[in-house]
Design a protein around this ligand. Structure first.
Ligand SMILES: Nc1ncnc2c1ncn2[C@@H]1O[C@H](COP(=O)(O)OP(=O)(O)OP(=O)(O)O)[C@@H](O)[C@H]1O
Ligand SMILES: [Mg+2]
Length: 429
């Protein structure tokens, strides 16, 4: 995806310098030497970011910011301010600027702010809230150490992204990052995955298998959903944490490994310990540096930028927008499935709006929100299909077109739903 940046400054040198710096890191840069020209550019083109000087003749950077907010509410704007106008700068943020850069500045400062605005900092973690800022700041701090990190939070909040962020901000960044989903495999397969085995360790072990701990040597291993590991494997894991060595199945001696361990869970780990489902000693070893990723409903400021990001991601290059009322609705929802559910909702609304303007009708019914089960792809699909049908007055051919599936596929799915006893509002056309 090409990134288009609009740079607005009446100072020729500044304009050129910004263009050079931003082109260097791969962005496509357009230039405008005053605010009015910038407005024209924004009407004509889709930009991902606007960087503008504040002091300009005709239309100031602040006025431009206002125009941008009217036209493209989610287009981030970075203002360049002169030294000593911090008060203005604060005001400017309140008015909706993403951030400001104070003159004079170096390219690292520029890149930092730009990447944050574009959400490309550390694996695209998009946020605007104080809560996420704090989370990422402490993540950055612990990343520099080799401490074990435990990432906690509800399903879909972005635990895996945060785990990757740890790795990306650590000195191990050039070494492997290996993620293992502990919930996905039965016990003995998970053991082989993690610890590996020697040739001939058991029937069928026809060659040496390297475990993920060995493969992650010098790098980072992510034990996703660590609570789903059974008791016996928990003991083996404890040993890795205590002794920094792995017991390869069938090997005579343990093997030293140098891995940074990150674990995640969406369960209440302390309660698991209490109930005897998780080893207490392992809990303490893992819980060295817990990071709580807050649920989306507790950081609603993140919703608009996330929506903008997912719109771009799912718009298939078209200029999909969202009505203010629809945005309000998104801000009010409780988001049990957190960011993942928000992304699904936007992806689906893009389709239902036919990639034009998303209205409240394209969003799931507020009253039925509770039954959108996060994990269930089938249920999502069902809602998508039924909403598509509703939006075209039950016309199956149109609904199939809207959904990008064949009429036959749609017919089969509807039959399945009817068999489940659902009342489907369609007619064969
Ligand atoms: N701040 C964010 N910015 C951009 N994308 C995000 C953000 N948070 C989450 N996502 C996206 O939402 C989805 C869920 O995130 P992730 O897999 O990290 O969540 P999780 O907490 O590990 O969920 P689970 O408990 O279900 O495993 C992913 O597609 C991820 O890219
Ligand atoms: Mg996860």
């Amino acid at each position: 995806m090409k990134t288009n940046v609009l740079v607005v400054d009446d100072d020729d040198h500044m304009r050129i310098a910004l263009k050079e710096s931003l082109s260097k890191i791969g962005y496509t840069v357009s230039l405008a030497d005053n605010g009015l020209k910038a407005v024209e550019e924004i009407d004509r083109n889709m930009f991902d970011l606007v960087i503008t000087d504040v002091k300009m003749p005709h239309l100031s950077g602040i006025d431009l910011l206002q125009r941008v907010k009217d036209k493209r509410p989610f287009l981030p704007v970075i203002l360049i301010t002169a030294y000593g106008t911090v008060q203005d700068a604060v005001k400017v943020i309140k008015e909706g600027a993403f951030d400001y850069i104070q003159k004079p500045f170096n390219t690292d400062t520029l890149y930092g702010v730009v990447k944050r605005a574009l959400g490309v900092n550390g694996g695209k973690i998009i946020y605007a809230s104080r809560e996420m800022k704090d989370v990422l700041q402490s993540t950055e701090r612990v990343a520099k150490t080799d401490a074990t990190v435990l990432v906690l939070g509800e399903s879909g909040v972005g635990k895996e992204l945060v785990a990757r962020y740890v790795h990306e901000n650590s000195e191990r960044v050039d070494k492997p990052f290996i993620a293992v989903n502990c919930a996905a495999l039965p016990e003995n397969l998970l053991e082989s995955e993690l610890f590996g085995y020697e040739k001939g360790a058991f029937t069928g072990a026809s060659s040496r298998k390297f475990g993920k701990f060995e493969l992650a040597d010098k790098g980072t291993i992510l034990l996703d959903e660590v609570t789903e590991m059974d008791f016996r494997l928990q003991a083996k894991l404890l040993r890795v944490l205590q002794e920094r060595e792995v017991e390869v199945v069938g090997a005579k001696f343990p093997k030293k490994v140098d891995v940074r361990i990150i674990a995640t869970t969406n369960r209440n780990l302390a309660q698991y310990v209490e109930e005897g489902k998780f080893r207490e000693d392992l809990y303490y070893r893992l819980n060295v540096f817990p990071i709580h990723v807050p649920p989306l409903r507790d950081r609603k400021e993140d919703i608009p930028p996330l929506v903008a990001y997912f719109l771009k991601k799912h718009s298939k290059g078209m200029d999909v927008r969202i009505e203010e009322g629809a945005m309000e609705l998104l801000k009010q929802k409780s988001w049990k499935g957190n960011v993942r559910e928000l992304e699904n909702t936007i992806a689906r609304a893009c389709i239902l709006s036919n990639y034009s303007l998303i209205k409240t009708a394209h969003l799931p019914d507020m009253n039925s929100v509770k039954d959108v089960s996060v994990g269930s792809v089938r249920e999502m699909e069902m809602k998508l299909i039924i909403d598509a049908l509703k939006s075209v007055g039950g016309n199956r051919t149109k609904a199939a077109n809207l959904l990008g599936i064949t009429a036959r596929t749609l017919r089969n799915k509807l039959k399945d739903y009817r068999d489940l006893g659902l009342n489907i509002p369609d007619k064969e056309v």
